[in-house]
Design a protein around this ligand. Structure first.
Ligand code: UTP
Length: 288
């Protein structure tokens, strides 16, 4: 079975980036020279998706503007010897269809995903959080899709998290004998932000999911939690009544671009890894 749609929830308030987010969606903040959302759309494309559903809220129309084809920009890029960029944008527009479900009020990540129900239709789908940039040899979504083909169900991406930071994550609880292979685990539950001493594992959930369409019913039945938001993990846990739940421990480096310093680190490390920028960045750092 093939997955067509990647849902990218981008309707959040972005309070940690105020005052920047007064005027600009945080998903358009650049890492080196492309917005964070550009990288995650590329990951979806490289993983075989052909439909991107970006969940937006009123005031975030600039996201739609960003992915709109522009003959004038294409011409400008090509006349300024930026053909590679022109080609990248052209490929996105030729191979992907974009839709923009609206979340009128910020009622949580689970609610944002529920707003994409019509755009997804009754098929399995992926969810990608644009705050989490995952950089590796193979796109993480493609890694997860391979595991999903072998063991269909709901999938969450996980990484190993030090004990000192585990209470900031949704943490997975492995089923007895739940190891399917060295990266895939069957789960018996998830716990949102547990105290470090009672965390059921050291595997924290990161922003990539492959979900069965029944998750929408589960989300619709999920009541808001402590901070008045509908949590995606609550909906996924509820869906265990219909589908097995798995965690996939991906191979990639993660950059958390949800904070200004995380975004800076992503820019710095990615600039150091890129052949066209590495030498200049090394030069600045010599003096520090
Ligand atoms: P965050 O919890 O990081 O919230 O959302 P945020 O609004 O983006 O940023 P802060 O915390 O106010 O600084 C995680 C992801 O879920 C989306 C966000 O856009 C982000 O991609 N989200 C969150 C929604 O789409 N809708 C919501 O109601 C909440």
């Amino acid at each position: 079975m093939r997955i067509h749609t990647a849902v990218i929830p981008a309707a959040g308030l972005g309070t940690r980036f105020l005052p920047f987010t007064k005027a600009v969606p945080k998903e358009l903040a650049p890492v080196v020279d492309r917005p964070t959302i550009h990288y995650v759309v590329q990951e979806a494309l490289a993983s075989g998706m052909d439909h991107i559903a970006i969940v937006v809220s009123p005031g975030k129309e600039a996201l739609q503007e960003y992915f709109k084809p522009s003959a004038a920009i294409d011409h400008l890029l090509r006349t300024r010897a930026m053909d590679a960029v022109a080609h990248e944008l052209q490929e996105m527009n030729e191979r992907l269809t974009f839709s923009y479900p609206v979340q009128e009020r910020q009622l949580g990540l689970g609610h944002a995903v529920l707003c994409a129900r019509e755009a997804v239709g009754g098929e399995p789908f992926a969810v990608i959080l644009p705050d989490d940039l995952l950089v590796g040899d193979e796109p993480v979504l493609a890694q997860m899709l391979r595991a999903w083909q072998r063991s269909p169900g709901n999938f969450v991406a996980v990484e190993e998290v030090p004990k000192s930071r585990i209470s900031a994550y949704g943490v997975v609880e492995l089923a007895p004998n739940g190891e399917i292979d060295s990266r895939t685990y069957r789960l018996q539950g998830v716990v949102e932000k547990p105290p470090a001493d009672t965390a059921p594992s050291n595997l924290g959930i990161v922003g990539r999911y492959i979900l069965m369409p029944e998750v929408f019913d589960s989300l619709a039945e999920t009541r808001p939690g402590a901070i008045g938001e509908i949590q995606l993990t609550d909906g996924i846990a509820r869906c265990m009544a219909y589908h097995p739940l798995y965690a996939y421990r991906y191979q990639a480096v993660r950059y958390d671009c949800g904070t200004p310093l995380g975004l800076l680190r992503a820019s710095l490390e990615m600039a150091l890894a890129r052949p066209d920028t590495a030498a200049e960045v090394r030069e600045w750092r010599k003096g520090t």
